[in-house]
Design a protein around this ligand. Sequence first.
Ligand SMILES: [Zn+2]
Ligand SMILES: [Zn+2]
Length: 449
Amino acid sequence: MEPTLSLSSAPRLYRPRRPERAPFYAVFHQFFDRFTREYEQRFERTFGPLRGIVPKTVERFFGCGLPEGGFARVRCDVCGNEYLVAFSCKQRGFCPSCCAKRAALWVEFVRERVIRPVPHRHFVFALHKVLRPAFRYRRRLLPKLALCAWKALSSFLHEDTGGNALPAAIVSIQTGGEFLNWHPHMHVLAPAGTFQVDGGFIHSPAFDAAVLRGLFQANVLAFLLKERMISPELVERMRTWRHSGFHAYAGEEIPDIPDALRVGLYMVRGPAATSRLRTDPAQEPKLRYLAKGAVPDHGEERVSSSHRDYDYLEWIARRTSHIPDRGTQLVHYYGAYSNAHRGIALRREVFIEIPPEDEPSDPPRPDSPRLAARRKSWARLIRRVYEVDPFLCRCGERMRVVGFITQPPAILKILHHIGRRFDPLKLPGRSPPLLDHFCPDPFPDYGPQ
Ligand SMILES: [Zn+2]
Ligand SMILES: [Zn+2]
């Protein structure tokens, strides 16, 4: 049995952020059902069969930050103040809010546990256009591309600073291009030099992008041959092409750690910043997707216009194609930054901190140590990102989680009581199904107003 709320009190929602008013939410809420119905006919040829992870991720996202998806009750025992905190979906590579939180926590982890106070550089590696589609269907091989980038960088540095010193790198795999096209590429944050056994640093002042590109290309082709993903004949032919189609970008040196961490944040943030999405209810049922601002040229297709217009379903197909498969690790640490090098004890902390377990979830025991740890981490992150403490009461006392409400009838009853309205943004086109994402079996008496 879930604890019931005393209806004599009227708790508030904790900093309600109204995710359902965002265009990103509205597009999925209104058109995702139709998207899944039309997928096979319209998108399967280009995007491959619809992966199970896609509907699962989107369904969970529908409840993210919305009390309709369930919430925790937080109370101050001293003054009786109480509010409701909506659960988050914690879906990787999709939910804008959870991705932002995850990235913020990741930066904190890298600052405290990984990065060393030496100059860094930002590198990007991308592969030839004809080789990209294969990775749509063999996503488990994406980490091998990260390894190819690391091997290119480390052999370059070994050549430059001597074989005994240890390079380091953080490699983030991204699959989305400028307009959410399928474009697997690797962002790398790496020290501009190597570490000696005694802890000293040998600086490498110059990086030759053409040499890096050649090394990366050789590594990728060797790996694809080994996996039998390409024929030796194609490799031979590619060697004769005037433009290799592979890309390597080596950014300017970044002397300061805060700037390096900003690059890190950019590297791990998923595709499709929601700020780039425009919907105009007065217009055709189309979405406008804006180009990124000034970003380094790292082998994206050149585009003449600064935006593209898509119909809703096509945009959904593009966006969801970049939801990572479950279990595919997208950020890798190598050399002096690897988990092995940082030690077993540290690795345990990595396990706790990454992926971030950042908010109360729905298991029924609010006082379990696991949940206490999650809440602590969530509160710490909220403090860091928003500069407020979600467990600090207005009276100055600490508040605590007293229960989780996860059953639709109880959820609806309480939300009805506090006058909460689910009010998604309306886009032109077919109207959305009312709340059936949240409430498979709602009590008709307690439906939303
Ligand atoms: Zn209080
Ligand atoms: Zn979320």
